[in-house]
Design a protein around this ligand. Structure first.
Ligand SMILES: [Zn+2]
Length: 369
């Protein structure tokens, strides 16, 4: 709130009178909306306001408060000619979960990475003595005791990790961080549950909660590669099936939506290049309702067209959602995996150009719906 007031003051320095007026009234609207929250919603919120041009040279103040599906960890203020929705998209799209362990012989932290969110779950410390030899003991005996204590500690870490990780469904795999050779030593003992896939190990210097963050940063290239590998493989799978088992694929919004609704879709491929909105129109007076998909640029027109109910001329409520988000939500309800497909590789480009950016690999044949 203070930030908004501050920005309001700074906006008085904007030279163009029209822009200044627009920015200030947008901030006015935001302050008006934010004021109604006694405390922020559980997952944080995203507030947007701005002038949106409607038909001709007219423009209209639009504002929107979104409570995101996952916790937002960042705070951003953004003033631009477009609404900033990328951070929200990241949350919706990257729901993959990874297990995290950072450890050395004295301390370990176990956590879960979901989207961009790191959730520390367990913190453990050991009583493993340091390298300096205690008085009166032989060096060999001292080393043996240290190794034994370390082994006990590794067992405790593995027990904690196993119970945290196996409680999560759809964990992609586990990332392990720590100094060398501790993490190698831990891995060599093969203490983790056999169903957990170890993705890779990374050199990390901290072993507390901060270490989890360090691990994710260090592993980001690997995570990126995993994601893009999945994108490519699934796109290829779709194109192969199209040729070999045509009944097990579906494409185009209408067909895919129908297949989704009956739970027939195993994997849903959505192009990152999709710029469409799913608009729902509901009459406040009668039972009229309608859902349509439009280009982002057509939204103002649709709003104008459905300003009045076509059936009873009563007032309407019009809501718009990004098409990717809309389909992703439907997919999630049906246990369908969603894969976002870029256009920086050939198959991804084909998914967009030839199939309208919406394609599905089916669980079973559904025929023409
Ligand atoms: Zn009506």
């Amino acid at each position: 709130m203070d930030q908004l007031r501050d920005e309001y003051g700074q906006a008085s320095n904007i030279k163009s009178k029209r822009t200044r007026k627009n920015v200030q009234s947008a901030l006015d609207v935001l302050m008006g909306k934010v004021k109604h929250f006694d405390s922020p919603p559980e997952n944080g919120m995203i507030a947007m306001a701005g002038m949106v041009s409607t038909r001709g040279d007219k423009s209209d103040m639009k504002s929107l408060i979104i409570e995101p599906p996952e916790k937002i960890n960042s705070y951003r203020y953004h003033c631009d000619s477009n609404f900033l929705i990328e951070p929200l998209k990241d949350l919706v799209e990257e729901k993959k979960k990874f297990g995290l362990i950072v450890l050395d012989r004295r301390e370990a932290t176990v956590g879960i990475l979901k989207g961009n969110n790191i959730d520390p779950k367990r913190h453990l410390t050991s009583g493993v003595p340091g390298k300096t030899k205690a008085g009166g003991q032989s060096q060999a005996r001292f080393e043996r005791l240290r190794d034994q204590a370390a082994h006990e500690f590794y067992k405790r870490i593995a027990e904690a990790a196993n119970s945290v990780f196996t409680a999560e469904d759809e964990l992609v795999g586990v990332l392990i961080g720590g100094p060398s050779p501790t993490k190698e030593e831990f891995l060599s003992k093969d203490l983790l549950h056999h169903e957990l896939e170890i993705i890779d190990k990374f050199d990390v210097s901290y072993t507390d909660e901060y270490g989890l963050r360090e691990l994710v940063n260090t592993a980001s290239t690997t995570l990126e590669e995993l994601r893009s590998m999945e994108e490519r493989n699934t796109s290829k799978e779709f194109l192969n099936k199209l040729v070999q088992e045509e009944g097990l694929v579906s494409y185009g919004e209408e067909q895919v939506r129908k297949a989704l609704n009956i739970g027939a879709v195993d994997k849903l491929l959505l192009s990152e290049k999709l710029r469409k909105l799913r608009v729902s129109i509901e009459c406040k007076e009668c039972d009229y309702s309608k859902e349509i998909t439009v280009e982002e640029t057509e939204f103002a027109e649709v709003e104008e067209e459905y300003n009045q109910c076509p059936k009873c001329e009563g007032g309407t409520e019009i809501e718009a959602q990004d098409l990717v988000d809309d389909l992703s939500e439907k997919a999630e309800q049906m246990g369908t995996e969603v894969i976002l497909v870029g256009t920086d590789f050939e198959e991804g480009e084909q998914i967009y150009d030839a199939f309208g950016g919406i394609a599905a690999i089916l669980r079973f044949e559904v025929g023409k719906l």
